[in-house]
Design a protein around this ligand. Sequence first.
Ligand SMILES: Cc1cc2nc3c(=O)[nH]c(=O)nc-3n(C[C@H](O)[C@H](O)[C@H](O)COP(=O)(O)OP(=O)(O)OC[C@H]3O[C@@H](n4cnc5c(N)ncnc54)[C@H](O)[C@@H]3O)c2cc1C
Length: 392
Amino acid sequence: MKYEHLYVVMEHEGGKPVPVSLEMLGEARRLMDGYNKRYNANEKVVAVVLGNNVRKLCEELVYYGADAVIYADSPEFEYSRNVVDTKVVSAIAVDKNLVLKFSPQSTDFVKPHYMFFAADNIGRQLSSTVVGTLDSGLASDINKLVIDDLEIKHEHKTKGQPVMYERTLEMYRPDFSGFLWTTILCLDNRNPAIQRDYHPQACSIIPGVFAPIARDASRKGVIVDYTPTFDPGDLQVKILSRKIVKSAVDFDSKKAVVSFGRGIKDSPEANIRLVTELAKELNAEVGVSLPMSKKPFPVSESVSSTYMIPDRVVGTSGRKVIPLLYIAAGISGAMHHLAGMKESEFVIAINPDEEANIKDESDIFIKGRMEDVIPVLIEELRSVKPAMEVRK
Ligand SMILES: Cc1cc2nc3c(=O)[nH]c(=O)nc-3n(C[C@H](O)[C@H](O)[C@H](O)COP(=O)(O)OP(=O)(O)OC[C@H]3O[C@@H](n4cnc5c(N)ncnc54)[C@H](O)[C@@H]3O)c2cc1C
């Protein structure tokens, strides 16, 4: 077959896989196990790794579900750089000789059937440049995947005739603020007038939505070494120094997080003050929904620069938090936000809209406006605190 196997482009920090890499690998394993059974096929899950001294990582990736790992090892890959990474990942994706090392029957191989990237800062950019180079289409920020045979009738793609597209990857993404799902298909043009293939069917995957499979050190796989060649133009971007700035926002050691969202809109400055007072009473860190980091409402400079910042965003575009107590004030509960807080031990939501998604994630849903609810909570906390201190 011209298009075979599922390639998963890994990300790692100094040889340690970032969580989304193992999550993608786990989902790839589940999908391809089902696929191979259904179609009586033998297509592989192939992890692709660029890095410096990453041989050990390759073995780990086999334990986490890869049938094969293709890796390029060079000091040039110590840190990610889009131009050179794009060139090498794209070259790996079309290299038939590499494929023959783990799938000798793939003599007609042209490109991967499917390809996964992480929907994070590195993967979002790399996915677009690699898939552009491979001349196919990309679905970004995906949180559900299904492979199925679909009958499609399309004015251009099928010239209006029903055509069966076999083994098609249905890529689901949350849209319209995360409350509707769109299914994206990457389909070949079967209209004779504009015939053209689109492979790999590729997507970037939201961190935190799929579970990795359990590590199994008895799992066997093939590790294939790829030797890249570099042109001077590939290496024009040089990393002269790199500093990891530790965030001043401390979600990790605090036992509680109080987050606010667009629900502050009626009196933004006063409502943020209420949220921060509540956080102070609970010795909690303050989080925000993504729109807050775009500073959508006028507030004083000190409040804006302290609270409406990307560092405080909870969710797929920000941080994952797992506190004992999470309070969501004026947050609707879009899927992107939930992914960052749903593992919290106990969740309280404050929202006047009973239909808000966050209700389903909450242990306690307080129906009401934050302007009315938070002052009562603060008063109550202040009144019980002295009693708690006496009991100590
Ligand atoms: C690729 C992508 C990535 C994304 N990543 C993230 C992410 O990491 N994190 C994130 O949060 N979002 C993310 N989003 C955005 C996400 O889809 C939602 O748009 C966003 O979370 C909604 O923010 P919100 O809940 O503050 O606002 P809204 O959805 O507008 O909800 C506001 C809520 O406030 C309530 N409300 C109104 N008045 C009051 C009041 N007086 N008191 C209390 N409640 C009130 C309303 O009933 C409503 O439920 C992402 C979107 C995309 C497309």
